[in-house]
Design a protein around this ligand. Sequence first.
Ligand SMILES: [Zn+2]
Length: 226
Amino acid sequence: MAMNIILLGPPGAGKGTQAARLVDERHMVQLSTGDMLRAAVRAGTPIGLQAKAVMEAGELVSDAIVSALIGERLDAAESTTGAIFDGYPRTLAQAEALDFLLGERGRQLDHVIELAVDEEALVDRITGRFTCAICGEGYHDRYKQPVSAGACDVCGSREFKRRADDTEETVRTRMAEYRAKTAPILPYYEALGLVRRVDGMAAIEKVGAAIDRILDHGSLASTGAD
Ligand SMILES: [Zn+2]
């Protein structure tokens, strides 16, 4: 059965990984507005040409164009295939437009799944990570030191690297940006009883299993909702 969901989560919560898995395993279509815009411009569709003109003029692509794009993609996707909305909607107007677009096609939004993270734990997780400079094996200051101090478990290299943006300040800034981005739409979906929270700090397989339970059985939180 087609499920249409919005997937939300701050950087570090594993949203990309989970979206890729749903595309892979459930053949859902991921609708990210940035990707859709680029694809439409490349393909030279009528909407793509409009968007291109707007972007070349240095202006922001309007909600109307984005809505038309999403409509185009929903029509192209088989009706049996579910959609994952990623990075859209961002505003209340867009949320209402999405309801309309789906409704027009006899579809509906089933779940808004938020991969929730604990900010302190996320800071801890991200600022401690480093990788082998040669083979890319991942390590962590507190949770996964190389077995033999200073040498990579996999390739034996003694060279490691850290990403320059894995700092506490960056994590906190991204979290603040995430809250600002979702603040306009979360209350709307909360009121509709559509928001399901999954612990984004859990292991990837556990997060995946929790999402699968929601898609297959709804969630306890949705019991009694209409
Ligand atoms: Zn290595």
